[in-house]
Every structure is written in C-alpha cells, then in structure tokens.
Design a protein around this ligand. Sequence first.
Ligand code: FMN
Length: 203
Amino acid sequence: MATRNPQRLVVGITGASGAVYGVRLVQALLERPLEVHLIVTPDGRKVLDHELGLEGDVAAILQRDYGGGRHPAARLRDHAPESFFAPPASGSFRHDGMVVAPCSMKTLAAVAAGLADNLLNRAADICLKERRPLVLVPRETPLSRIHLRNMLRVSEAGAVVLPPSPGFYHRPRNVSDLVDFVVARILDQLGLPHELLAPWGSE
Ligand SMILES: Cc1cc2nc3c(=O)[nH]c(=O)nc-3n(C[C@H](O)[C@H](O)[C@H](O)COP(=O)(O)O)c2cc1C
C-alpha cells in the first residue's frame, strides 16, 4: 500500500465528527515538500467550524495559522467540492494517494457504491480504478450492518479502512496525543516517515 517517496497527495475532509484528524493530517503533510490537494465537503466545512472554530476559507486558515515547521516547498491547493474541473477529478492527474479523514458514513457509502457525485467521491473513485492508495478514516459508533458492509466493500475494492481508534499503550497524556496516534497510522499508510509515535519496541 505505502507509496515510496510520495510527492502529491489528495486529502478529503467530510462532515463526520473528528475534523481535527483532517486538520492535523494536513499540518503534518505540510511539514514536508509535498503538494497537498484539499477537498472539504459542505458539511465538512460546517463541522470544522462547529468543532474547531475554523470558519471560512479552510485552506487559507491552514496556510495562515500553521506556524510550526512548515516546509518552504510545501503547497496546499483547495478545491471546491462541486467542481469536476479540478485536477483530482481526472485519472490523468497523477498523485500518490488520497486520505479521507474523517470520513462520514455517507461518503463511505458513496465510495462503496462508486457514486462520484462530488469531487471528493469522484477523486476516491479514481483512486480505486487507478489502483492508487486510498485511506478512509470512518467515524461513527456504533456501526450498523450497512456501515460494516460498506467498509468491507471499499476494502475489497482496494481501500484501506483506518478507524480512528487510538491505542493507549503509548500512555497518551492529552487529546493531541490521541489524535497524533491516528495521524501517525495514516502517515504510515502513505509511506511517510514521522516522529509522531515511536514504533512499538523501539524504546
Ligand atoms: C456535529 C456533527 C457531527 C457529525 N458526526 C458524524 C459522524 O461522526 N459520522 C457520520 O457519519 N456523520 C456525522 N455527521 C453527519 C454528516 O455530517 C452528514 O451525514 C453529512 O451528510 C455528511 O456529508 P459529507 O460526507 O458529504 O460531508 C455529523 C454531523 C454534525 C452536524
């Protein structure tokens, strides 16, 4: 699954709870010389505002507010979710993988059904057809059989289902540690080295 030396990635943020996972992921990616293409659904924007107070132009906020260790060669491009003219809408736009974090049950269902009705779903659909890495971070609890079936369907189609369920064996001290645990697992899937979480057995 892991891409060697990824240079260009797509990140989707949907209206599931856990907007902080998407934000922290984008921040971690921008510490590297990466081109990040961001797609936030309309409900994703609402939940970003509700949970984190991030109202308005999310990409601009991430560019502006992030002060720590941003790589000078990092690039963040924000795409309107309704535009199928944006680069991630085409398989000819080469990139090294896509992460949807957090991923709502609605978006999970759309991806499982091949329903490319917005740019995020279309970009995920392309990942599956082009056999590119696709990591979905679904957030809901408890899970219905429909949710579970959809997770199995996307997994069988080639996606990685990565639930945001942090371990506690690293003795987290705060919410940030728990979020970083999940983001570390996402970066692992993308083949990106990080120091968010020491590998088990390394201490
Ligand atoms: C505050 C808030 C939290 C939500 N949390 C979840 C959630 O954890 N999982 C989920 O599947 N939907 C959640 N929803 C509902 C989704 O936002 C809704 O299903 C939406 O249609 C998802 O659309 P999207 O996938 O296009 O962003 C939440 C909605 C709100 C307002």
